[in-house]
Design a protein around this ligand. Sequence first.
Ligand code: FAD
Length: 371
Amino acid sequence: MSHVAIVGAGFAGVWSAAAAARVRGESDLRITLVAPGEHLVLRPRLHRLDPGWARVPLKGFLEPIGVTHLRAQVTEIDTDARRLVTDDRTIGYDRLVLAAGSGLARPALPGAEHLFDIDTDEGAARLADRLRGLDDYTVVVVGSGFTGLELATELAERGKVVLVERADVVGPDLGPGPRPQIESALSELGIDVRLDSTVTAVDETGAVLLDGTRVAADAVVWTGGMRASRLTLQIPAERDRLGRLHVDRHLRAADAVFAAGDVAAAQADPSHHVLQSCQFATPMGKAAGHNAAADLLGVPLVDFAPDPYVTCLDLGTAGAVYTTGWDREVQLDGAEGKDLKRTILEVIEPPLDDTEEILRQAGVQSNGVSG
Ligand SMILES: Cc1cc2nc3c(=O)[nH]c(=O)nc-3n(C[C@H](O)[C@H](O)[C@H](O)COP(=O)(O)OP(=O)(O)OC[C@H]3O[C@@H](n4cnc5c(N)ncnc54)[C@H](O)[C@@H]3O)c2cc1C
């Protein structure tokens, strides 16, 4: 009996499992998803600091499609022997989908252990606990990328926010397209923006900035960049500067290994690689899962072909800004943008306890709507 193993239960992992189950049909292909937690965590919901809302039980997704969930952390991948090693066992595979995602690149600065983050549901829960019950908090948010901006504008509703950015503009990676909307939201919400700066030390009572200024704060949240899982180091393939594996158009990274989501630097179109985002992780998962199963069953493989790139940035009570294209041309902002963001945050939740609908959606190879 052939075996597809999937490592990771983020958007990429769960949709890989569903796509592999769809290709399996009546065959005896075995599919196992290995991940330590009981939930798919919808990370795009974490800036709202309601971790319960971000957790989707894996059982309701995997059981109806006959995928086994092994609750374990993979510590080693032996691609020669085609085996995964976990704390307490070894698992053989015929095809592997690596979908172990990404984690926050954490800084090595004095007091780093006092930093908060919203990288995981546990991180968001810890920050929510810290701020709960405080009437008028001050939070330092470090980094004004997508995550930093969404968190800063969310927190500004109930307290004071200092947003620290190393570059001389806010949202440097988001480009000039949405910047007027972002700047106007930060000013409307009274966010104290410190450009050309960073945090050089942290303790329980606040942070020290690059120019030596001390900012008293109830929490200091680090939102720097994301790095691919270190499991990528165990795959014999080239990696990019984010640690992501180079993959071909079928998302194959090495012999018998496919990669999807934040661990894979797939080509989105002839001139761009995908960004680490759920809008790419979901269709990558579907293509990789399909191809891993298809490769074993002699079914044609599919090319990874995502929908055009869009982005929708939440700006708290100042609305949201929706852009299209790699130049991020603004299409909607304010309340209209916010309505679209609400819809996106709803539709990213996968169907549960409905075999037919899960397999139907697994067959739609591009995303349709993205966040
Ligand atoms: C705060 C925040 C907000 C975001 N907002 C947006 C947004 O609005 N729009 C958007 O498109 N993207 C957004 N993103 C990015 C998006 O969430 C990620 O790109 C997406 O989650 C990647 O999915 P993934 O399946 O590749 O990996 P992940 O979501 O990182 O999931 C990885 C999975 O692998 C498991 N795993 C890891 N290591 C192991 C191991 N050794 N063994 C077994 N299992 C393992 C983990 O437990 C997890 O289940 C946001 C991210 C964050 C942190």
